[in-house]
Design a protein around this ligand. Structure first.
Ligand SMILES: [Zn+2]
Length: 381
């Protein structure tokens, strides 16, 4: 949920392009294996030619992955869905979009645009090998590149989450059944099946002498398995929190503590009441927030001669929510900021804000758990 970062390469069509640290390793590995391959196939070239073409081919391979992601991005932007970033990582690329498409046909078109872009590049590189038959270097690089792009298109069309084919599959089921959650579960299950097949095939390869290819296949299968599980559980969370806002789970009781209380006394108060979070006041004025986590960050021997006011989260650092904030968005903010609770504030007619309650991570998890025990309700759709 936190934005993926890494080394920023530049911006295309307003979309920042990042590379994950793992990509440096992939780039070196691909360049090395291409250089070796060219050296074996064309012993008559100089070694500078082998390695220079290896580097150029790697860059074009890398450009091909960006082109694939731009394919998805252009269609998403056409539907007014903002593309936050494109990141290249160990297993290819990822275009992060701001929200899921709202219609099955939009998801279908966004998903299929990537494989179509790769298919287009495959035919361009194939064309180069046909139209420049006299150049061995163009022929060698063009062959690798059209094959890689064709493979990229075909592999991504496998009908299982999180691959593009899985999204296409989900869009079709979604369109047919009008049930997004069910479609995701089916595409997720199919993604897991594909992952298990890849892991088994990989293991079979390893035991039959194809160690490198086998390990690589199994590794990608394992990655798909994790991603499929993650997308299914994300939808489960979304389903469980659908239609709820902060007001539904907030506690109206907001305990407070005076700023000059010692941490020793505060610790005793927490132990006695079991309340884990307090607003800190000086007289009538709210000055900050104090909780068990903050208390524990102060060494035990300093509790006696430190006050709550010295250790608390100051007022301007507190993250607030409002009663109508959707719970899913609030949970994402809690997780991103790594905090356990947020006070709920309301704006009165006179324009001043006051605290009306508090939402904790626990209260959100409790409602998720309860809802999953009860199963989906007709009313919650
Ligand atoms: Zn794709």
């Amino acid at each position: 949920m936190a934005p993926r970062s890494g080394l920023k390469l530049g911006t295309i069509l307003g979309i920042p392009i990042y590379v994950d640290a793992s990509w440096v390793f992939v780039f070196a590995l691909i360049t090395y294996s291409l250089g070796r391959e060219y050296a074996q196939l064309h012993a008559e070239w100089t070694s500078t030619q082998h390695w220079a073409l290896g580097i150029v081919t790697s860059f074009l391979f890398f450009g091909s992955v960006v082109f694939h992601e731009l394919g998805h991005s252009v269609v998403a932007q056409h539907y007014k869905i903002r593309v936050i970033s494109i990141t290249l990582f160990l297993f290819g690329g990822l275009a992060r979009i701001e929200r899921d498409p709202s219609k099955a046909i939009q998801e279908f078109n966004i998903a299929i645009a990537g494989p179509l872009a790769s298919g287009f590049l495959a035919s361009v590189f194939f064309g180069l090998t046909v139209f420049f038959p006299q150049s061995q270097m163009v022929g060698a690089a063009g062959t690798r590149l059209w094959q890689t792009n064709a493979l990229l298109a075909l592999f991504n069309l496998l009908p299982g989450f999180p691959l593009d084919g899985g999204r296409i599959f989900r869009a079709i089921v979604w369109g047919a059944t009008k049930d997004f959650a069910k479609a995701t579960r089916i595409a997720g299950a199919s993604g897991k099946l594909i992952a298990y097949v890849m892991i088994l095939l990989g293991a079979y390869g390893v035991f039959n002498g194809f160690v490198q290819q086998g390990l690589w296949t199994a590794f990608i299968g394992w990655f798909i398995l994790n991603a499929a599980q993650e997308s299914v559980s994300q939808v489960a969370i979304r389903e469980a929190l659908a239609g709820l806002s902060a007001a539904d789970v907030m506690s109206y009781e907001v305990p407070s503590v005076s700023g000059n209380t010692s941490l020793e006394e505060y610790g005793a108060e927490v132990r006695r009441t079991g309340r884990r979070c307090h607003m800190v006041v000086n007289g009538d004025r709210l000055v900050g927030m104090m909780n068990v986590h903050t208390l524990n960050s102060v060494p035990r021997e300093e509790w006696a001669h430190n006050s709550v006011q010295a250790a608390m989260i100051p007022r301007d650092k507190i993250l607030w929510t409002s009663a109508d904030e959707p719970l899913l968005k609030l949970l994402e903010r809690l997780l991103t900021a790594d905090v356990n609770q947020m006070p709920v504030v309301s704006n009165s007619a006179e324009g001043d804000t006051h605290i009306i309650g508090i939402v904790t991570r626990d209260s959100i998890l409790r409602v998720m758990q309860t809802r999953s025990e009860l199963g989906p309700l007709a009313a919650s759709r």
